[in-house]
Design a protein around this ligand. Structure first.
Ligand code: CP
Ligand code: NVA
Length: 301
């Protein structure tokens, strides 16, 4: 039997993604009612973090415990991976002991190599290219607040980074229009843009991107691994701050999302974080429910 991995949103069909999102909502409701549901008893998720994390780590760990299983946190500082043990070897060993492996790393190719040698599902917990788990939570959040996102207009304002690339894939899988406003030189990966065709457009003016939009997203201007560029980016991205005034140009039902952590006063104004149109705390909470649906999908026959 072939092992299912979740390295990108393209690893699932559109129908699978929709049912994952709906299942996240069901699991959230069961959890709120205090229902004990432990289909993953004795199952173990290994989690390799080569970058920092609050939400991804805690949501996977709490989620596995709530589903009756366990999660093991592995840092390259304390494992042989950090001392140069080949990814192929680590994949064979870890997947012989654990039921799934979540990896947060830099080079997306490392995830693909790990998956190739793993006998259990591998989940992308963020790479320099993509952050698909975040999009599951984001799509769940949109559905809860506004219903289906199909046919809607979504704006991305800021860096053409891993989150932006994932929104491009989401535009294909969830069938919405995406307008990306970023400074020249910070466009998303052309490979993802080419796949998406004319449902995605890149522009320079944030106002043009958000006009009439139903959802507006942003993210930090310097991602993990780009700390050296932070100062230069601060200047370059200054016209791209998302504020309540920018949202006023959008549809009156617009929502604001940010995967967090946020830098108030940089990519997002402080006021917008607390604006009624902001759903950033729901997004963060939904990481838990959406990923419980994901591990259930990957591990429960
Ligand atoms: N949004 C997100 O992935 O947060 P963490 O970096 O805290 O995991
Ligand atoms: N683009 C950000 C997302 C953090 C969740 C980063 O990669 O650091």
């Amino acid at each position: 039997m072939t092992v299912r991995h979740f390295l990108s949103l393209m690893d699932c069909t559109q129908a699978e993604l929709i049912s994952l999102i709906k299942r996240g909502i069901e699991l959230k409701s069961l959890h709120a009612q205090g229902v004990i549901y432990e289909p993953l008893k004795n199952r173990v998720l290994a989690m390799i973090f080569e970058k920092a994390s609050t939400r991804t780590r805690v949501s996977f760990e709490a989620g596995m415990i709530q589903l009756g299983g366990q999660a093991i946190f592995l840092s390259p500082r304390d494992t042989q991976l950090g001392r140069g043990e080949p990814i192929e070897d680590s994949a064979r060993v870890l997947s012989s002991m654990c039921d799934a492996v979540m990896i947060r790393t830099f080079d997306h190719a490392d995830l693909e190599t790990f998956a190739q040698y793993s006998r259990v599902p591998v989940i992308n917990g963020l790479s320099d290219d993509l952050h698909p788990c975040q999009l599951l939570a984001d799509m769940q959040t949109y559905l809860e607040h506004r219903g289906s996102i199909q046919g809607k207009t979504v704006a991305w304002v800021g860096d053409g980074n891993n989150m932006c690339n994932t929104f491009i894939q989401a535009a294909m899988q969830f069938d919405f229009q995406l307008r990306i406003a970023c400074p020249e030189g910070y466009d998303p990966d052309p490979q993802f843009l080419a796949q998406a065709g004319d449902r995605v457009s890149v522009m320079r003016d944030p106002k043009e991107a958000v006009r009439g939009a139903h959802l507006i997203n942003t993210d930090v201007w310097a991602s993990m691994g780009q700390e050296d560029e932070a100062e230069a980016r601060l200047k370059r991205f200054a016209p791209y701050q998302v504020t309540p005034a920018l949202l006023d140009l959008a549809d009156e039902q617009v929502l604001f999302m940010h995967c967090l952590p946020a830098h108030r006063g940089e990519e997002v104004s402080s006021e917008l974080m607390e604006d009624p149109r902001s759903v950033v705390w729901d997004q963060a909470e939904n990481r838990l429910h959406a990923q419980k649906a994901l591990v259930e999908f990957l591990l429960v026959e």
